[in-house]
Design a protein around this ligand. Sequence first.
Ligand code: DI6
Ligand code: FE
Length: 407
Amino acid sequence: MADWDLLLTDARLATMRGGEPDYGIIEDAALAITDGSIAWLGAQCNLPAATAAESRSLHGRWVTPALIDCHTHAVFGGNRAAEFEQRQSGVGYEQIAAAGGGILSTVTATREASADTLYESALQRLHALAAEGVATIEIKSGYGLEVDAELKMLAVARRLGERSGLSVRTTLLAAHTVPPEFSGNADAYIDLICDEMLPRVVEQNLADAVDAYCERIAFSASQIATLFSRAQELGLPVKLHADQLSDGGGAELAAQFKAVSADHLEYTSAAGVDALASAGTTAVLLPGAFLTLRETQVPPVAALRKAGVPIALATDCNPGTSPLSSLQTVMALGSRLFNLTPEECLAGVTREAARALGLAADRGTLENGKRADIAIWSFDHPRDLAYWIGQNRLAELLIGGRRFTPD
Ligand code: DI6
Ligand code: FE
């Protein structure tokens, strides 16, 4: 029996290990994989005497951790392209919403869609992400807004995790918006989530975390505090859509509950940034939604950086504000719109994205013992990832040590 399943030689590694400068680069390197995990990596001149069942030269190609999309709404019915077209021709957002459009049109389409239809359409999006090097994706519910439809969305996300070949983490986002049945009675809807949805989701092991939308047009901090307390009682970590359109104290709320991540953060105050730093909460920035909404208030990147808050980047893939399933485009946008360095952009979709999902011990960097989720590239330098726009340089994706090819 060989010591290693696979040995990759003549590689250049951007390990992205925390606390190391310059992408954690190791030139003239080798990397060995056993049982789906990284068994050895380092300069090739230090390669121990060991046998490998298969050995391949990468001819100097770059290797990074596989990418992680840590915030998506990738399961949804229909799309809002016609609405987008109307808006581009001058029809107002509120006019569209009054005619049953906007987020509620996605709720209607998602409720009507069969689980198979939702599965097939989401699978296309997962394949698009994987074609650019993504091995792990988070998927939220939040377009069902009633018990059965929320469970259906989460079950589809779980099925994607079982069958697509990618790792999927699922999140209950029942508190995305107030459903029409509870219009004017958001408190009663929060009770429904706490008393019925959450227990069933836990019983069926359908979610890895609980999310909510803290905003004037969605739920108040005190409503979300009720929900988060219940989620934590049931053992689920929390995360929050915070301060996207206004400063609603979302970052402070996330910090109070030691959320794994606080997402969006365009309007987060200095006090909110400090709260995130002391809570150890990761900031997830979403340039696709920022761009689509033509937002002008940029998240407080300099303050987050100074306070030592880890910064992740994600697609926010959703039919309304971010119809985007390209994490490479997110890096290109994150650097230009939010002034992140190319290295911060790559860390944001690897190491920090893993942290945002509570998976840092297991993936997100190239290190011994971590999952062999590995992207192999044909670019000149890892900085190219944020530099080029719309040029996919992925050569190969290994998930758990095995070459990923969409079936
Ligand atoms: N923030 C967003 O930008 C999306 N959800 C959220 O909480 C919008 C979702 C949609 O319009 O469908
Ligand atoms: Fe979102």
